[in-house]
Design a binder for this molecule. Structure first.
Ligand code: ATP
Length: 326
């Protein structure tokens, strides 16, 4: 039986649609299981600086449909130092918090792992990032909503691209992961995706040009993942302008619009399941694991595995895009 009586919950790193649904699920599930809940504002910064409030069921009413995070999020340099983490631990003691639920990406779970080791605090992570780059879960909270935002935008760009016979390079987020770009390209019928996972294998632009855009199309859309490895959309647009001056080339960088908006049904359900499972895990005395869903089953992934392993992009998706964009 778990000895945990009071949990603290925080969102950290980049915000992602569905984080509110996760906060709601964790809070309600904890209360249902007889635990008390403290909301920690601005991620680890709120833990260091003691920005903490009691959370009741009503605190999470009417938020499942909202983007962003009611707990706010931040990046916190102090937490990367032993002094900062000591201050965080002291805050926990002052509030009698004996376990933490951290909703965030790779960096947030890295911080949680170090803190858990230093102070022997049970920490449970939920994968919250639009990038989908955490190993051990099929998708992360926010990814599906961001993907839908991308395809809405690309559908609109397609209208103007077609009207003017233009070639558009559309840059999407993803850090060093190509999931948003590749699946965004498949779902919007784009002609190609340039992603970091394959950037060292082939010249993806050369391949795209060879495979067809000069042949038949009256518009072309290439989705480019933001990344130092790809160089971003501007880099490719400049190359085409230099090598093929006859083409009318444009760039759209989607930017922060990808982080906002109402979460999709998929993200709300994912966040609700993961949030409830986080409390189940604590009640089972699990600690220092990320909760994921693989093949529709809840899994517990040790932080070390979730953080250290790169989540592979399926080559079959690359092939599908190539075949369908002829
Ligand atoms: P996203 O993938 O959406 O950007 P993230 O969780 O990866 O989210 P980061 O900015 O990498 O975002 O990390 C968030 C916070 O986690 C940092 O500001 C810091 O407080 C904490 N953190 C990250 N790495 C470490 C570390 N090595 N040690 C301690 N804390 C860390």
């Amino acid at each position: 039986m778990s000895t945990v009586k009071c949990i603290g919950i925080l969102t950290s790193g980049g915000d992602a649609p569905g984080m509110n649904a996760a906060i709601r699920a964790v809070t309600r599930s904890a209360i249902y299981n007889g635990l008390s809940v403290k909301g920690i504002y601005r991620g680890f910064r709120g833990l260091v600086a003691d920005e903490i409030v009691d959370f009741k069921s009503q605190n999470v009413s009417n938020i499942i449909q909202m983007g962003g995070t009611i707990l706010k999020t931040a990046r916190c340099k102090e937490f990367m130092t032993p002094e900062g983490r000591k201050a965080a631990y002291e805050t926990m003691q002052r509030h009698n918090i004996d376990a933490l639920i951290i909703i965030g990406g790779d960096g947030s779970l890295t911080g949680a792992r170090i803190f858990a080791q230093e102070y022997d605090v049970p920490c449970i992570g939920l994968p919250g990032t639009i990038d989908n780059d955490l190993y051990g879960t099929d998708t992360t909270i926010g990814y599906d909503t961001a993907l839908n935002t991308i395809i809405d935008a690309v559908d609109k760009i397609r209208d103007t691209a077609t009207s003017h016979d233009r070639l558009f390079f559309v840059e999407v987020m993803g850090r060093d992961a190509g999931f948003l770009a590749l699946n965004g390209a498949i779902a919007s019928g784009a002609e190609a995706a340039i992603i970091p996972e394959f950037s060292t294998e082939v010249d993806q632009l050369e391949e795209f040009i060879k495979n067809g855009f000069r042949k038949s199309k009256n518009s072309s859309i290439v989705i480019v993942a933001e990344s130092d490895l790809t160089g971003g959309a501007m880099h490719y647009a400049e190359r085409v302008k230099n090598e093929y001056p006859q083409y009318d080339v444009r760039v759209t960088i989607l930017g922060h619009v990808q982080r906002g908006g109402r979460p999709t049904a998929h993200d709300r359900i994912l966040a609700s399941r993961l949030g409830a499972a986080a409390i189940d895990a604590l009640m089972e005395d699990q600690r220092n694991v990320m909760i994921g869903i693989v093949n529709d089953e809840i899994v517990y992934v040790p932080f070390s595995r979730a953080i250290k392993n790169d989540k592979p992009v399926k080559r079959q998706l690359v092939n599908v895009l190539r075949e369908l964009s002829i």
